[in-house]
Design a protein around this ligand. Structure first.
Ligand code: PHE
Length: 501
């Protein structure tokens, strides 16, 4: 904070300083009244101003007197001694002690004692006689009046005589006057606060409104300085999940390379998920422990009679593809079972079956399901980035080029291609990425040209280059996540803190 200029002040602080400039001191309620702020705002502002040494806050405890039950009665009908004297006087002469005593009850003895002591009454032979005039008010009566008039009087506002009278009353009966302790706060300007209150700071414009712009007030009055370094509360607005953001990035990458996005359902017939991909019906991947089947549902497979006949042919004998097939009797029943797609290749293949393109560049991004035990790199559901290129002149080099380009556009440069096996591609590759954290290569996905056993039954003559890549593992690499389950869990702390690029 600079020593020269005045410190920046919050609007609340300014209102409090303004209010204090007009009085010597005030408590919280008075400040609220003077400034129009709420007690809460006053409390906060007072703390800030105290920290800036612009005000002092003195807290003290005060004794406060108010009327008790006896005191209130004395105000209404007089102190017992005055009532006693008046009573004797009014009856015009003598009065039986016993009768009066009955009337005045427990107050009688003290009243009589005082009346005798002051010579207002005489006692003779069991009777009371009037004595000296009793005109002047007693100090006790005065102090009761004063308290009654103000409801509450602080000890500091009473003279020694008045305090003496209060003591006398208290000795006579504890119910004349009640004494309570009250906390008070005195807030006052320090010299620095006083000088600040005289500067133009208090006239500053806190908020620029259209009025202030229109009437030109901004030219006359200074604008409030804002301390941009003061801490502000952290806000956690809703934000897009990093997986979603990454998916969009993947989409943009393919779109920018001239691909079109295709979509397909998460539940698929086994025909598209397995059979059309030349995966034999006894293949272990089809077992329940690997694949989620939807029981009681059968796919209709309408409109694909020719393709189904051809698929049966290649499975059983290879038909005219030059292959011997798998040499088993193929059944349409197995093909019409419904599965949660185990790979997005099902989307690609049903697209090919429907469109039979001579040329195509398409991709899809979607969730897939596998019945496997979750661990740090496996989850029963995950995402794949799938795609194909169809064209007369395409070969494996084109595939490697497009995939390398795809990864490097996303910032992954250390990728290698490795031979592997899939029943539907030949040759088959997998991509691997090097993970610095573990010092190991991690599998990212598979690819290859579809075999004729896959393309010919669908009526496609041109080469088809296909791939299916893991999206989750790329997200893990990008954000240094070492457990895939974190991407699917409600890990709010991580999601809030993650800086997405
Ligand atoms: N479907 C394969 C997988 O899920 C990936 C792949 C797609 C392989 C297309 C080759 C061709 O791992």
């Amino acid at each position: 904070m600079s020593e020269m200029g005045p410190q920046p002040l919050h609007p609340i602080e300014k209102k409090i300083l303004k209010a204090l400039a007009s009085v010597d001191q005030a408590d919280l309620e008075e400040l609220a009244r003077l400034s129009g702020l709420s007690i809460d705002q006053i409390r906060r502002g007072v703390e800030w101003l105290r920290a800036k040494q612009l005000i002092t806050v003195k807290e003290s405890e005060n004794e406060v007197f108010s009327l008790g039950e006896y005191g209130a009665r004395a105000i209404k009908i007089g102190l017992p001694e005055r009532r006693l004297v008046n009573r004797v006087k009014k009856s015009g002469g003598t009065e039986e002690i016993a009768a009066v005593s009955r009337e005045l009850g427990e107050e009688f003895a003290v009243a009589l004692g005082l009346a005798k002591k002051n010579g207002w009454l005489r006692v003779e032979g069991g009777k009371l006689y009037p004595g000296k005039e009793y005109e002047n008010r007693e100090p006790e009566e005065d102090v009761l009046e004063k308290i009654a008039g103000e409801k509450e009087v602080a000890r500091t506002e009473l003279s020694p005589e008045e305090l003496g009278a209060i003591n006398t009353l208290k000795k006579r009966h504890e119910d004349f006057i009640k004494e309570t302790k009250e906390k008070t706060i005195e807030i006052a300007l320090t010299p620095k606060g006083r000088s600040t209150s005289k500067t133009t700071v208090l006239d500053e414009i806190d908020e620029i409104t259209s009025d202030i712009l229109r009437n030109g007030a901004w030219k006359e009055r200074p604008l409030r300085e804002i301390d941009v370094s003061s801490p502000a509360p952290t806000v956690h607005p809703g934000r897009t999940h990093p997986m979603r953001l990454f998916m969009d990035e993947v989409r943009e990458t393919f779109l920018s390379q001239g691909f079109e996005e295709i979509f397909g359902p998460m539940s698929q017939s086994a025909l598209w998920n397995f059979d059309a991909l030349f995966i034999p019906q006894q293949h272990p991947a089809r077992e329940m422990q690997d694949t989620f089947y939807i029981s009681k549902l059968k796919a209709k497979l309408n409109g694909y009679a020719d393709e189904i006949r051809a698929i049966k042919g290649v499975h059983e004998s290879g038909a005219d593809t030059g292959s011997r097939g798998w040499q088993y009797p193929w059944g349409v029943d197995e093909a019409s079972r419904v599965v949660l797609r185990t790979h997005t290749t099902a989307v690609t293949i049903s697209y090919l079956a429907e469109k039979k393109p001579e040329e195509a560049k398409v991709f899809s991004v979607g969730r897939v399901f596998r019945n496997e035990k979750p661990n740090y790199k496996h989850n029963p559901e995950f995402y794949q980035i799938e795609g194909v290129m169809v064209g007369a002149k395409l070969n494996v080099r084109n595939l490697i080029y497009v995939i390398t380009k795809f990864y490097s556009k996303l910032g992954f440069h250390e990728i290698k291609f490795w031979p592997t096996f899939f029943p539907y591609t030949e040759p088959s590759f997998q991509t691997m990425a090097f993970r610095k954290e573990t010092g190991r290569w991690m599998e990212l996905g598979g690819m290859g040209p579809f075999r004729p056993e896959v393309t010919l039954p669908l009526g496609i003559k041109n080469p088809v280059l296909a791939w299916g890549l893991s999206l989750d593992r790329l997200v893990m690499l990008r954000y240094h996540v070492d457990d895939i389950r974190q991407l699917f869990g409600p890990n709010i702390g991580w999601l809030r803190k993650l800086k997405v690029s």
